[in-house]
Every structure is written in structure tokens, then in C-alpha cells.
Design a protein around this ligand. Sequence first.
Ligand code: DX5
Ligand code: ZN
Length: 217
Amino acid sequence: MKTEFAPSLLASDFSQLKDQIQLVKDADYLHLDVMDGHYVPNITFGPGLISSIRKHSQLPFDTHLMISNPERYIKEFAEAGSDILTVHLEATDHIHRVIQLIKEQGIKAGVSLNPATPLENLEYILPELDQVLIMSVNPGFGGQSYIPQMTAKIASLKRMIERNNYSCQIEVDGGIKTHNLKEVVNAGADIIVAGSAIFGAADPARALLEMRSIASD
Ligand code: DX5
Ligand code: ZN
């Protein structure tokens, strides 16, 4: 399967959002990092911003909720225009219920794991997931370095999915650049999130093309 790309708007220039979104119109998803200053030590944006940029992009919105007790806000983020809602396993006591809430909204459900969270915690929810988001940095900030142990974690998750014939995709988020992209793809990533590697480049559209070509090489 062809590797897909989800540029993260977190690294873009927020004063020019409409134009920044246009620069990555040839991506596969737009990755939207929502942070609440509680679950992670940073604050970004909420459903209001997502619904106002919705009309400026044709891409599916891949919303990554780094918020405590995400069950409180599933409806708002779905109605704002998210096509995929990903919540952190560690951020709720009732992950299975949250997945059900997302699916009731008629959109795709993803679960994210922090670097230290074992894959075993996915065992009983994996059949119901459209995506697992492997965090390859600690959530909260763009521009951090890829944690090398995550390559083995991606590869074991891939085996777990294939062994059971699940349809779930693997998305990897954090510290992915041209130099380590191939390693992440070879380990089994289906979707690559890239913030600073794309929006931090002088020409984001070109950076995306370059990453696509490395992934397919
Ligand atoms: C980090 C976010 C990431 C971030 C990735 O908590 O979830 O999506 O934007 O940024 P880079 O690609 O710069 O590591
Ligand atoms: Zn993210």
C-alpha cells in the first residue's frame, strides 16, 4: 500500500492559515493537533478553529485530541468537520466507550499511544479501530526528535494487525524527517504525520513531494 501523508498544521504560520492549508492541498489528510494545557503542557486550538478552516480544505481532517477526558468533546469535534478523531488511550478511564461515541458520529476512530504505553493495551479494542496513532515523541510540541525504540513498536503493531487480519491503519507522529522516514515506513507505518519537516521547510509543497518520493523508493 502507498504511504499516505498527514501534514500537521501545528508547525504552520497561524496568521496565514488559509494559505498554509493550500500549500499542502496534495496531501492525504490534514493533521490537527488539539492540546488542552492539561493532558499535555501546551494549548493549541479547538472546534471553532477547525470548523472555520473546514471550508478552505478538501482534505480529510485527521484530528488528534491531546485532551483529558476526550469523551466530553467528541460531538463538538465531529461536528466541526473531523473525518477521523483520535484520542489518547491514557487520557480516559473508558477508552472503549469513547471509541463507540466516535463511531456514533459516523466518522473514523483512532487511538493514540504515548511512547511508554505498551501495545498489549490495544488487544481488546484493536478490532474496532480504524487507526492506531503511535506517538514517536512525547505529545505536546512539534519539532522534537524521533524516539528510536518506536521503530520496533511499529513493527510489532504491524505483526499484531496482520496476524489477526484487522483493517486498522498505523499512523506515526513525531520527529519524522527525510532522514528517518524510510525506517518508519519499512517498519509498517501506513500514514506519516509531519509537522516541522513540511511546514518548517522553505517550500512545504515541495517538502511533501520529496517525502512521498522517499517513501515510495
Ligand atoms: C506532537 C503532535 C505532532 C506534531 C509533530 O504532540 O502530535 O503532530 O505536530 O510535529 P513534528 O513533525 O515537528 O515532530
Ligand atoms: Zn499529532
